[in-house]
Design a protein around this ligand. Structure first.
Ligand SMILES: NC(=O)c1ccc[n+]([C@@H]2O[C@H](COP(=O)([O-])OP(=O)(O)OC[C@H]3O[C@@H](n4cnc5c(N)ncnc54)[C@H](OP(=O)(O)O)[C@@H]3O)[C@@H](O)[C@H]2O)c1
Length: 207
């Protein structure tokens, strides 16, 4: 199922009609429940958080740090990114905080984090100087902003460019590792869709 669906179609009904064993997006309540209860061997995990975890594990390995016990902050609590990301971090034994639009003192919350996952959808909202020196930053956000410096398109409108939820140039000077936008989490999401498809096929073959 490709979201969003056209108006008038109930996405929940369509989603629940998918066989959980073929739910390669990991959005079916059975897979969400398995992830929430820590049954990672049977869950199909949503692609963006699954890909983010691979980037995070590799960054931690390169920096020589163990994820267990680190303070992780996920900014955003959507069902497709924020919540499953928080559960995966918990499964890695991080101490997890989930921040959202009602959170108080976001700079302070982010500033205490060894791991920051930004999944908000607001261009460069997380300032570079919020980042704790050495923190690992996974920027999930994909935001298109006007880029007048690139000139005009065929319709005479200003061209655009993609930025993340984190002010990359500034954050890069403080972070131990940071994912770029574009070219960071986005390609991992696509790769994980393939990985989930393979996992689902292997499980079906074993059954
Ligand atoms: N790289 C990829 O492959 C990939 C995949 C999926 C999504 N994305 C991108 O990731 C971003 C998030 O996607 P999503 O689907 O999770 O978005 P979403 O469903 O719109 O959720 C956004 C979350 O951000 C929170 N938020 C909004 N304004 C905030 C603020 N000022 N301070 C703190 N939190 C705030 C919201 O809080 P409330 O819950 O309180 O409203 C909500 O939980 C978007 O840019 C999207 O394009 C990228």
């Amino acid at each position: 199922m490709q979201l969003p669906l056209p108006k008038g179609i109930d996405a929940t009904k369509v989603l629940e009609s998918i066989d959980p064993a073929k739910d390669v997006d990991g959005f079916h309540p059975v897979n969400a429940g398995r992830l929430a209860s820590g049954d990672l061997d049977r869950a199909l995990v949503p692609c963006t958080p699954a890909g983010s975890m691979i980037l995070l594990r590799r960054a931690a390995e390169k920096l020589g740090v163990k994820l267990a016990g680190l303070d992780a902050v996920v900014v955003g609590r959507s069902n497709i990114v924020g919540k499953p990301m928080a559960q995966l971090l918990l499964a890695e034994n991080c101490t997890v905080t989930v921040a959202h639009s009602r959170s108080r003192d976001l700079p302070g919350v982010v500033g205490r984090a060894d791991v920051v996952v930004a999944a908000v959808g607001r261009p460069e909202m997380i300032a570079g100087d919020w980042i704790k020196p050495g923190a690992i930053v996974i920027d999930v956000g994909i935001n298109r902003i006007p880029a007048p410096e690139k000139g005009l398109d065929a319709q005479g409108r200003a061209k655009t460019r993609l930025v993340g939820d984190v002010a990359f140039a500034e954050a890069k000077t403080r972070a131990g590792a940071i994912t770029p936008v574009p070219g960071g989490v986005g390609p991992m999401t696509i790769a994980m869709l393939m990985a989930n498809t393979l996992t689902a096929a292997e499980r079906a073959a074993r059954r």
